[in-house]
Structures are given as C-alpha cells and as structure tokens.
Design a protein around this ligand. Sequence first.
Ligand code: UDP
Length: 375
Amino acid sequence: MKTNKDWDILIVGSGLYGATCAHELTQKGYRCLVLEKRMNIGGNCYTENRDGINLHLFGAHIFHTSNQRIWDWITQFAKFNHYHHTVKVDFEGKRFSFPPNLETFNQLWGVKTPEDAKKKLEEVRFKGAIDDSLEDYALSNVGEEIYNIFIKGYTEKQWGQAPKTLPSSILKRIPVRLNYNDSYFSDIHQGIPIGGYTPIIEKLLKGSEVRMGVDYLSNREHFNSMAKKVLFTGAIDAFCDYQFGKLLYRSMHFKHYCHEIEDFQGLAVINYTSAAVPFTRIIEHKHFELGTQPVTWISEEYPEAHSASSEPMYPVRDTDNLAKLTQYQGHLSTDAYKDYYFGGRLAEYLYYDMHQAIGGALKKSEQIAKDLANS
Ligand code: UDP
C-alpha cells in the first residue's frame, strides 16, 4: 500500500452515511476528501430555511430510533424537539386516522373497543393462501376495504407497479394497532433537529475537505489516485457500469409552495391515497418545528420513474433486482476492490431510515479505521 497519498480516504457522497463516516474518521485523525455530485450536502436529508421555516426539500425526514447509542450519537450535533409524527389520510375528500388504529376502525365501522376491532378485522381479512407480496400481506391482515382506501392507490403511485409485484417488507414498516395510538413510528426516541438537518451535516463534515458538484464516476482513476481507500455511497449499479443490468430505483420530484396564511393543513403530513390525486403526500414544514411564522411552506411529493435527470431514491427490492444485487455484491467482493467500501441506501440497495444509515456508517467507519491503521 502506498503511503504518499494526499488523503487517507475518499468519500463519495455527502449524505448522512458518508458524512457520518467522514466525522468518525476525521475524529480518529484520518484525512477525508468528500466528493459530492449534487449542489447540496446531506443528500435527501438536506433542509433549507425559507421565511424562518426549515424545508425538507427532498421529503419529510423524521428522526426516530430505539437504539440508545444512535440517539446519543445524533444528539451530540443538534438539540431535538419533541415532535411526534402523526399522519392523516385523505381519500376522496374524507379524512382518516392513519396508520390503522382504533380511531380508523371507528371511522370506518363504528367499532369502539379493541375487542370489537379485532373481531371485525378477523371477519374482513382474506383467509386463503397468500404469497409474500405487499398486496397479499395487506389483504390477509386488514382486508379489502382498508386495502382499497389506504394502501392500493398510494402504493401504485409510490412504486409505479402493482402491489402484487412488490415485496411485503415495504408495508411491514406500517403498524396496525387495536388501540388509539396513532403514532407513525413505534420507537422510543423521535424528534426533529431544531434548525434542520443541514447544520448537523455541516458539523459532521467539519475537518474534511468537501468538493461540490463533482462526479466521481466520470473521472474515477484521477480521484482514486488521491487517496488510500475509497468509500462509495452512490448507486452500486452505476459504480459497476451497469454490467449486470440496471437496478430499479424509484424517484420523486417535489413542488414547493408558499402560502400567505399561518396554517395550511393543521399538521406536518397528509397522505393522499387515491390514485386520482397525482401526488402521495403534502408536507407542511413549519409543523415539524412547531413554527408560528405568519406564512407557511408546503411541498407536494410526486413519485416518478428514476431517469438520468432524477435522483435514485427508493430501491425496489423485488426478486429480480435482488438477484442482480447479489451479482454486483459478488463482483465487488473480489480482491480487485479490497481498498473500496460500499455503504448507504444506494450502495447497499437498502430501504434505510436515517437511524439505520447512521448505525451502518458507524460500523463501517470502525472497519475503515482499523484497515487504515494496518495499512
Ligand atoms: N403506504 C400506503 N399508504 C399510506 C402510507 C404508506 O400504502 O398512506 C405504504 C406504501 O406502499 C409505502 C409504504 O407503505 O411505500 C411505506 O410507507 P412509509 O411512510 O414508511 O414510506 P416513506 O416515508 O419511506 O416514503
């Protein structure tokens, strides 16, 4: 291993995963060069202040974890408020409590007790043979009516394919409760960093050199020659020049609007589950930080196919794509890539939440530090 390199590690991508590794390695005395293709740091966590409101420009990011180590780690970099995420569903003009809970069952069926809700669910759920698809998982747990109101249209819009072709793991993120708990997450800790996520990322990148608007893949030989090791957090299929075929990612675009009123919708997120509405959610950002500004900013989320002009956001982890992923992982585990590390939502093709990205990055940076110490 050569030692006359300018940098110990080149980190491709300044999202939460890359920035966490940059921080951990800088703390241990390693020199990190971070390359970011986009014009913003922090990937999709990036927030921007407009009219005193921190906008989650690339989708709502609510921090939640039951892992004390990760909570202690992230709260070193920001004070978190006590925001508690709850959501309403809008379907054909009617509003429902969501994720499904006793309030929802009362709105739908008039049932009032957990016992009656349980009986009703047992009555309506599909009891035949099922496969591991999202559709079958939904029908066998909550039945057709709930599936049609809350899941079918939203899922078709979000993923651009039939729920029968999607894995059940996507829907297993959403709880169904027989009590009045309408919390979107079940974790011990949750909240929003006061001041947004961008200041956290800035702190994590302190001590690293960060170059913006730089596409590593278009000049990789040059960049590789600058560092002892490379951590790549971008799309794994792009890194391998798509040699086993493209991995399917879903993307999203956002429309942001300012309204000259104090409160547009009364809470941070409303899901629009009907197929007839083109967006999936409206976010009203000020509610994340309990804002009292005289104006409000909202964002509509429009799912779309991933293309050359959009960012890959959600991995579509169905059987075909997981088979391709195995090929990519096999290829990258050879000796030719012994000085490379891969991690994050895109490189691991994982539906990571923020706390999971941090957990993965903390582990990876320990491994990188160990390898650097031995090199
Ligand atoms: N989902 C749904 N209806 C909703 C909300 C979610 O059918 O109102 C399904 C949908 O398939 C979605 C998945 O549950 O992709 C996971 O939802 P989550 O809110 O966790 O998605 P994310 O915030 O990661 O986009």
